[in-house]
Each structure stands twice: as C-alpha cells, then as structure tokens.
Design a protein. Structure first.
Ligand SMILES: [Cu+2]
Length: 119
C-alpha cells in the first residue's frame, strides 16, 4: 500500500501540472516578448490588454472583480473569472450586471485590472 502511494504521488503532481496548463496564466509565461524578455528584464515585463465584459461580482475588500469577459486578444478566450484590481476605488459606482471596458495588466503572468470604465 505505502509503496503504491509513493509511486502514485509524482504522477498525480504531473496530472495537476498539466491540468493547470490549460489555464491562461501559463500561456502568458510561455509567451514573453521575444526581444526584451531576458534575465532581469523578463522578471518585470509588463503588458496591458483591453477587455470588454459584464460585472458578475464585486469584492471591494480583496479588492477584486469577477467579470464575464469576451475574448482578450493575445491573452485568453472568453470566460467568467475573478481579477484582482490595483485599487479598490476602481470598483466605486459599479454594480453587478454593468457592462464595462477594462484594462488588464499582465506582469509576467500575474494579472490584475488597472482600469475600469462603464459602457
Ligand atoms: Cu479570463
């Protein structure tokens, strides 16, 4: 029994890694800017992406926002997901169901929303 478990766990770890590979954040890490992203530069490479979507939840305490968003070219397909926001004040005046334009900052795979505008 014990031997079986020991042999299984690395396999399970791999399974989880591959499962996570479907996540868009892994894609980001795999597509650094070809020219500038080497060494220390890669660690601070920051890109921004425009998005459009519908607010599905607001969490000013995190602060974070859940958005049902459309395709974000070069970053991820349409989905509903939660984003950290750079400042809780970005959520001021927003309500669930609001249509928004927003900007995602992607810092080497760490994403957060840095701007939100109601449509
Ligand atoms: Cu997403």
């Amino acid at each position: 029994m014990r031997l079986n478990l020991v042999r299984l766990s690395p396999c399970l770890a791999l399974v989880f890694l591959f499962a996570c590979g479907g996540n868009h954040s892994t894609n980001n890490a795999a597509t650094p800017t070809p020219s500038a992203a080497t060494g220390a530069d890669a660690a601070v490479a920051t890109r921004t992406y425009p998005g459009v979507g519908t607010v599905t939840a607001l969490n000013p305490k995190a602060p974070s926002i859940e958005i049902n968003h459309g395709d974000i070219e070069g970053l991820m397909p349409a989905m509903k997901m939660e984003f950290d926001v750079s400042d809780a004040s970005l959520l001021n005046g927003l309500q669930v169901e609001d249509q928004i334009d927003f900007t995602i900052e992607d810092r080497t795979g760490v994403m957060r929303v840095i701007a939100i505008k109601k449509r």
